[in-house]
Design a protein around this ligand. Structure first.
Ligand SMILES: [Zn+2]
Length: 97
């Protein structure tokens, strides 16, 4: 490109029909916000693992259990935890008195 060409190019730009100042270009502002991915509800899941859910060896998952008083001991009561679904004993707990 020679200097003349450049001058011609510039003069063509400045003269002639003035281009509208506003150009219909989408503003390059912040891109539309992406939706934040919902947090995996792990915390919620953990909260639900209360003492009333224990891993049942037969159901192979944490199952709701019910407490059954097994023994009165001198230093506390012994409770048996039973899976409410299959009735398997999933553990015992000694409640101190
Ligand atoms: Zn079970």
């Amino acid at each position: 490109m020679s200097e003349e060409d450049i001058r011609n190019y510039l003069s063509r730009q400045s003269s002639g029909t003035p281009s509208p100042k506003r150009v219909a270009v989408r503003p390059t502002g912040p891109a539309p916000r992406r939706r934040m991915p919902a947090k995996p509800p792990e915390a919620e899941t953990f909260k639900k693992f209360s003492a009333s859910h224990l891993l049942c060896p037969r159901c192979k998952q944490a199952m709701p259990v019910r407490e059954r008083l097994l023994l009165f001991l001198p230093d506390g009561d012994l409770y048996d935890y039973i899976c409410t679904t299959c009735g398997t004993s999933v553990g015992t707990k000694k409640a101190d008195r």
